[in-house]
Design a protein around this ligand. Structure first.
Ligand SMILES: Cc1cc2nc3c(=O)[nH]c(=O)nc-3n(C[C@H](O)[C@H](O)[C@H](O)COP(=O)(O)OP(=O)(O)OC[C@H]3O[C@@H](n4cnc5c(N)ncnc54)[C@H](O)[C@@H]3O)c2cc1C
Length: 363
């Protein structure tokens, strides 16, 4: 009997267990310090955006600021269509939204959690925090799927380096001398939406920027195009009697126009080309991130010490899957797809290793 310990019953740990459980002569124990798949519940605003439409592996992997190249091989073993088929096989039917994100048909992360746990037949979930790998000395294989930040000490104990964790997919704080932007207002731009918050900015575009800049030191500036300058110029010249504030409000929310224009009531006839040009972009001075709103963590177990089967190069009895590795993606289902694919790779490799050891695959 081969004994396997999975540390962490999050999406990665449970998906891995689901792909291992049909092997005979193995015993799987899943250690969870909290509640199994609790972390699935808030995903996709409670609807669980489980993955994203994909045609091409390289294209898909370009949505991961960390881990892009590592994932080529992982995705070549288990990609979006494999994940969707698997979920279908355990009665989790899915659909694709217009924006190419996938959700369960139930639109319920709660329902998805129940179905995943119901599909788990053999493995036991043991409520216990693993503080040291020494607690698992009786296991032949240990899978670390502890998610962000939590399991780094365990990886360290196994001899692994941790790439310093930083918040990603989070809101950004702006410098105190920034204009008093209207809180709660959404600015729609061609690059994505920006939400003005109490002391900064948030929303899909800002999440993406926070992710790209996760390793950048504060303060830094970001400049985002907000108005098509040729259209604005045309509008200003065609309406010489109107105020610039009136015209700009056609393109951005009125309250924001009032904040960013110091010549709000000036007639368009008196607006210079330079003044128009200044309205093309908005520039934010970013002084920090809203770490409480962190959706994923940039950083984690150094990928240079993990092979493309997600197995430790330092200690072959250890595997990693999910967010504990230095992999993070943009919003849209990419982070969960990392969990599904890396968890599958771990299970697949363990099966292969057992096959080569025993001369037959015991399925
Ligand atoms: C609000 C929010 C919304 C999100 N929405 C989406 C979305 O719609 N789509 C998407 O793709 N991604 C989304 N994400 C990201 C996604 O949830 C994570 O990437 C994913 O949960 C990571 O899964 P994981 O299994 O690697 O780790 P986790 O989900 O963090 O699970 C790890 C588990 O291990 C347990 N654990 C940790 N250490 C120990 C220990 N020492 N002993 C025992 N147990 C331990 C934890 O309690 C936890 O249950 C969202 C994240 C947040 C915060």
């Amino acid at each position: 009997m081969i004994k396997i310990a999975i540390i962490g019953a999050g999406p990665a740990g449970i998906y891995c267990a689901l792909h291992l459980q049909n092997l005979t002569n193995i015993n799987i124990d899943i250690y969870e310090k909290d509640i199994a798949l609790k972390t699935l519940l808030p995903t996709g605003g409670g609807r669980c955006n489980l993955t994203h439409y994909a045609e091409d592996i390289k294209d898909f992997a370009s949505n991961y600021p960390r881990g892009e190249k590592f994932l080529y091989s992982v995705f070549s073993r288990h990609f979006v269509s494999d994940t969707l088929s698997f979920f279908n096989s355990i009665d989790i039917k899915t659909y694709m939204q217009d924006d190419l994100r996938y959700f369960p048909i139930s639109n319920s992360a709660k329902d998805m959690r129940i179905k995943m746990l119901n599909a788990l037949k053999g493995p036991a979930i043991i409520k216990k925090e693993i503080k040291s790998l020494k607690q698992l000395i009786n296991y032949e294989i240990i899978i670390i799927s502890t998610g962000s930040r939590n399991g780094y000490n365990l990886a360290n104990e196994a001899g692994h380096k941790i790439v310093e964790p930083k918040a990603a997919l989070c809101g950004l704080k702006l410098s105190a001398d920034s204009p008093k932007y209207p809180q709660g207002v959404v600015l729609r731009t061609n690059c994505g939406d920006i939400l003005f918050t109490k002391n900064g900015v948030s929303g899909p575009l800002i999440y993406k920027i926070s992710s790209i800049n996760a390793r950048k030191n504060f303060p830094y500036e970001i400049t985002i195009p907000i108005i098509d300058i040729q259209e604005l110029e045309k509008s200003v010249r065609e309406n010489p009697k109107k105020t610039i504030g009136n015209i700009v409000s056609k393109y951005i929310p009125k309250s924001l126009a009032r904040t960013i224009l110091n010549n709000h009531d000036k007639k368009c006839a008196n607006i210079t080309n330079n003044e128009i040009k200044e309205l093309e972009n908005i520039t934010f001075k970013v002084v920090g991130c809203d770490a409480k709103g962190e959706i994923v963590t940039c950083g984690g177990v150094d990928l240079r010490e993990i092979n493309n089967h997600c197995q430790s190069k330092i200690n072959p009895k250890i595997y990693f899957c999910g967010e504990v590795m230095d992999i993070d993606g943009f919003c849209g289902g990419y982070n969960l797809q990392n969990c599904w694919s890396s968890a599958y790779c771990v299970a697949e490799n363990i099966k292969t290793c057992l096959f080569s050891q025993k001369g037959q695959l015991q399925a």
